[in-house]
Design a protein around this ligand. Structure first.
Ligand SMILES: [Zn+2]
Length: 324
């Protein structure tokens, strides 16, 4: 493999292999026409961890020094993380840990055993949850808006080159962001309008007709688990990568649950239309119970994923600054 990264600069990503001998467990899509499972909304905070988060919209602006920068996405003048960006990040983890099909990726991965699902009578776990052509999916995220006042910062990063080789599903690691030595415009560098560590956004996951095992998959993909400090409660266990600049170690966030509403079914399974906000002492054990449901989890892929992103040594290492 050709590489321009020396041994002192390990790459900031890892692969979860795709095993062509184990195709996805495909099943019929769950219908939307009646309420038959878990329906409601999970409130979540998204907290930016060391480094920065950049979620772009493609818009380029000029700062007071006349430097062109890529602007953070906005809606009506307010910073926003589009719900589709959150769904994309969470879906790619769900795809990996449930051995689902490959919707995006290298051409050779998108063919064969794990090619994108086509038949609505035979969908992989991720397509059943998040949808595919002709099927709307049963889980989505609302656009996330900042909580409190947020100051953005223009961050300079070196340009990015895609890796030349892929070995499965690619995920970026949490590594320390290393800013370039100065913030002068320079060839092969760009400026991104980003938000710093500590910035918090609020979003909600809306779900309809979900199975407990599907909730378990999503909660694991959000990086949630049982708190070690406070057993019996749910806490973020690892970061998730969101937005742009990931090869330069931007975009590490934690999801933290903030509340749960569940729609209740009537005695004869009639939908009553009542979405009840559950008190914390009820929803925390509920999330833990869903997390314990492993029936859609691909243990081998999940262990590879966790090993790849939660290596302590890797997390404390600086992000490579060179081309890789
Ligand atoms: Zn699929």
């Amino acid at each position: 493999m050709r590489t321009r990264t020396g041994p002192s600069e390990p790459k900031p990503f890892f692969f979860v292999p795709i095993d062509s001998k184990r195709p996805p467990r495909r099943e019929r899509a769950i219908e939307h026409d009646r309420f038959q499972g878990l329906t409601g909304a999970l409130q979540l905070y998204i907290r930016v961890e060391p480094g920065y988060l950049y979620v772009g919209s493609g818009r380029i602006e000029l700062d007071e020094h006349n430097r062109a920068y890529y602007a953070f996405a906005r809606c009506n003048g307010k910073l926003v993380i589009p719900g589709t960006s959150i769904k994309g990040a969470v879906r790619s983890i769900v795809e990996a840990i449930s051995n689902s099909c490959v919707v995006q990726g290298e051409r050779d991965q998108r063919s064969g055993s794990h090619s994108a699902c086509q038949d609505l009578h035979s969908l992989c776990p991720a397509c059943r949850l998040f949808g595919t052509t002709g099927y709307a999916g049963r889980a989505c995220f609302s656009d996330a808006y900042p909580v409190g006042k947020v100051e953005t910062k223009i961050v300079k990063i070196a340009d990015l080159w895609p890796p030349r080789r892929t070995d499965g599903r690619k995920f970026y690691q949490f590594k320390r962001f290393v800013p370039p030595e100065d913030d002068k415009p320079e060839k092969n560098h760009r400026f991104l309008e980003s938000v710093p560590k500590g910035t918090t956004f609020a979003t909600s996951l809306s779900f309809a007709n979900l199975l407990p095992a599907e909730m378990g998959l999503i909660l694991r993909a959000l990086g949630l688990g049982e708190s070690r400090k406070q057993p019996g409660t749910v806490a973020p266990m690892r970061y998730t990568k969101l937005g742009g600049g990931k090869p330069r170690c931007l975009g590490s966030v934690y999801f933290a649950p903030a509340g749960l509403r569940l729609v209740s079914l009537g005695g004869d399974n009639l939908f009553q239309g009542l979405s009840m906000a559950m008190p914390g002492e009820q929803w925390q054990p509920q999330l833990l119970a869903w997390l314990k449901n492993n029936s859609l989890l691909d243990k081998e892929a999940y262990d590879r994923f966790i090993a790849g992103c939660s290596n302590r040594e890797v997390c404390q290492a600086p992000c490579p600054t060179g081309v890789y």
